[in-house]
Ligand binder design. Structure first.
Ligand code: ATP
Ligand code: MG
Length: 395
């Protein structure tokens, strides 16, 4: 049986005249994700995009799974394509949705007839198809208000499409409609979630990771690659820059008061990341900070780090509890990777008693204790190694 995928786009409907541009970007993003699986054609009509595989050997389960992670989509339906003849439509509806209908107690049929030459009107299509399904499974009942299964028949110009319940899409805005931001990614739980949340608003991601070998291991870096791959399944291609941070971290350890280690490190990270972000044409920085989660994330500490950023800093987790962040982390399959126990540079020289109410003036005074800070920052920027992370590489 020939199948296609029907896509309902989401907030795009709000975009008025820009809608076409947004839909074109959405189609381009879907094409990038599924074209490694085979050839597909994409067609727009009303608020639906039809995705048609060119051969029956294509793995449609995988195509649907990948499309389920493309932002800008509210609903996805897999549909059977059928000749526009009422007998064929009745039989196809039953054959195609049998598995769903056998386990259901109630169902209803909805019909849309955009081909006005089709001799049956929508209510008549519903009666025909509904009656046939009831004749095949006597235990089923029709429930128009709260059915277990909705059977939809769409009679279009070229064919009839039949589908069951719609799967939820990833929501948000298509990647590439909201500019580019630079994610500071550690190997923890919060920053991958922050990246996912900003990407959901249509923003492309560049990422910066600070590694401090030999204090941090290669396994910690691999963890970051894997985490970004999970984010990339939603966000598309991510450019990751890994920065050699050891020199700066040792300088902070050797020259600054211990209670200010974390804040100073965070300020320096902001400076290095801002330089890379500007060079990569990013318009904002993104971190996984959440207010009050740890001593370095008090409102006072964040004030001290913000003044060092050359760009706006987005912190999508700022008002979330840890369990709310974990819920998203699990949803994007990142959690099990995040909890692997490798040292991050933040945990290397953790102060025993961090200052929770630092002032920007005092933080600047402490930072000024670093000898030749500008040169060290430049060396860190120059050390950045690029790696392209892509969950579904193009053919
Ligand atoms: P996460 O779970 O994201 O590691 P966290 O609660 O452990 O967050 P911190 O370790 O204090 O918090 O880090 C706060 C934020 O600083 C992180 O969310 C991340 O954006 C950034 N950050 C921390 N360590 C690094 C690193 N090694 N490289 C890049 N960014 C980092
Ligand atoms: Mg961390």
């Amino acid at each position: 049986m020939k199948e296609i995928i029907l896509i309902k786009d989401g907030e795009l409907a709000l975009k008025g005249l820009n809608r076409n541009t947004f839909e074109d970007i959405l189609i381009k993003n879907m094409r990038t994700r599924i074209s490694p699986l085979g050839d597909f054609s994409f067609r727009k009509s009303q608020s639906t995009i039809t995705v048609e595989p060119h051969s029956e050997n294509i793995d449609l389960d995988e195509a649907v799974a990948r499309i389920g992670k493309v932002f800008g989509i509210v609903g996805i339906s897999r549909a059977a394509v059928c000749e526009k003849e009422i007998g064929k439509i009745r039989e196809t509806a039953w054959n195609y949705l049998q598995d769903e209908l056998l386990f259901a107690k109630t169902f209803k049929v909805t019909a849309k007839r955009s081909d006005k030459n089709f001799p049956y009107k929508s209510p008549e299509i519903c009666d025909e198809v509904g009656g046939y399904i009831l004749s095949q499974n006597h235990r089923l009942k029709v429930d128009v208000h709260n059915p277990d299964v909705v059977v939809t028949v769409e009679v279009r110009d070229n064919a009839a499409y039949i589908h069951g319940s719609q799967l939820p899409g990833a929501g948000g805005m298509p990647s590439g409609t909201g500019g580019r931001a630079c994610l500071l990614i550690s190997g923890g739980i919060d920053s991958p979630v922050a990246g996912y949340m900003i990407a959901k608003r249509g923003v492309k991601l560049t990422a910066v990771h600070f590694a401090s070998p030999p204090y941090t291991s290669e396994l910690a870096e691999m963890k970051v690659h894997e985490l970004l791959e999970r984010v990339s399944a939603y966000a598309g291609r991510v450019n990751l820059f890994t920065v050699h941070f050891t020199e700066l971290q040792e300088a902070i350890r050797d020259h600054c008061p211990e209670e200010m280690f974390t804040v100073t490190m965070r300020r320096v990270m902001m400076k290095v990341a801002s330089k890379i972000a500007l060079w990569q044409a990013c318009d904002a920085l993104v971190t996984g900070e959440s207010l009050g989660q740890v001593a370095s994330q008090t409102i006072h500490a964040l004030k001290c780090t913000d003044v060092c950023a050359g760009l706006p800093v987005f912190r999508p987790c700022i008002g979330m509890d840890k369990n709310e962040i974990i819920e998203i982390s699990r949803k994007i399959d990142a959690f099990d990777i995040s909890i692997r126990p490798y040292e991050d540079c933040c945990t290397v020289f953790t102060p025993r008693h961090p200052r929770t109410r630092p002032t920007p003036a005092y933080a600047a005074e402490v930072e000024a204790m670093l000898p030749d800070e500008d040169a060290m920052i430049q060396r860190a920027v120059d050390s950045a190694k690029l790696m392209i992370i892509e969950a579904y590489p193009e053919k």
